[in-house]
Design a protein around this ligand. Structure first.
Ligand SMILES: Nc1ncnc2c1ncn2[C@@H]1O[C@H](COP(=O)(O)OP(=O)(O)OP(=O)(O)O)[C@@H](O)[C@H]1O
Ligand SMILES: [Mg+2]
Length: 236
């Protein structure tokens, strides 16, 4: 099984749309594909599901069938993740639905990152919750896992990337994306190096993701046209 995250700290470049279409494409080719919505905006989930289903998934009280529901025992400090619900869209396409509540996990993950330095087992469980979510969510035989994340360099994304074998960078051909890349490269390198260091402090009996986050390349969105000319940044 291979896990690929789609990530850019510059937002609005079409990441979620790309993940949506790629998921369908792989699934239509008969590759069992699990797609995981780890962006608290949950736009990907809204693309896959109709309003009636969304209302069922996101009632006023508990959300057992979303990513938040699965992570809740960790957030409350009462135990490990609950078995994630996988919404089967077709026989070859499963979705772990996103949730706005996921943003409440951000502080917990920031804190866990620091506590991992002290060999704290519960901190390692928190840091690797997404990894186990993906592994358990793929138990129906998923061969490929695609992860959509939001546009920032925060703790949720760090943890999502640690759970990923590869990372693909969607880009828009503009100055913002070029600037964004200058932050992204060093940050990914730093996350990978620090996680490798933390792994030496991890409890031996807890399965740990390697945190390879190997970059597999860029996908550049179609350029905008100004007066039938491509914008200058695209030419560059
Ligand atoms: N290839 C494309 N060409 C033109 N418009 C697109 C393309 N892909 C996405 N869009 C539009 O751009 C907007 C942002 O798309 P999307 O939500 O996929 O981006 P995103 O990078 O995931 O955004 P965010 O950073 O908020 O998560 C949407 O209105 C979408 O319909
Ligand atoms: Mg998005």
């Amino acid at each position: 099984m291979k896990t690929i995250a789609f990530f850019n700290n510059k937002g609005g470049v079409g990441t979620t749309s790309l993940v949506y279409h790629l998921t369908w494409m792989f699934a239509d080719h008969g590759i069992k594909t699990l797609v995981v919505d780890l962006d608290p905006q949950a736009n990907l989930t809204a693309m896959f599901l109709d309003e009636d289903r969304l209302e069922q998934l996101w009632p006023d009280d508990e959300h057992p069938d979303t990513v938040y529901g699965s992570l809740r025992p960790i957030l409350r400090g009462t135990g490990d993740i609950a078995q994630p619900h996988v919404e089967m869209i077709t026989e070859t396409l499963g979705l772990i639905p996103g949730d706005l509540g996921l943003s409440r996990f951000e502080d917990k993950l920031s804190d866990a990152w620091l506590r991992c330095h002290n060999r704290d087992e519960s901190a390692f469980r928190t840091m690797t919750a997404f990894h186990r979510l993906v592994q358990r969510g793929a138990e129906w035989g998923a061969e490929l896992v695609l992860i959509d994340v939001g546009p920032n360099l925060g703790a949720i994304n760090r943890s999502a990337l640690i759970a990923s074998d590869q990372v693909c960078l969607p880009l828009a051909p503009d100055l913002f994306s070029l600037q964004g890349l200058k932050n992204l490269g060093p940050t990914l390198r730093e996350w990978r190096t620090l996680w490798a260091e933390l792994l030496t402090k991890a409890p031996a009996d807890l399965p740990m993701p390697r945190g390879a986050m190997q970059p597999v390349g860029y996908i550049v969105m179609q350029h905008g046209m100004l007066d039938t000319r491509p914008v200058k940044a695209y030419k560059r």
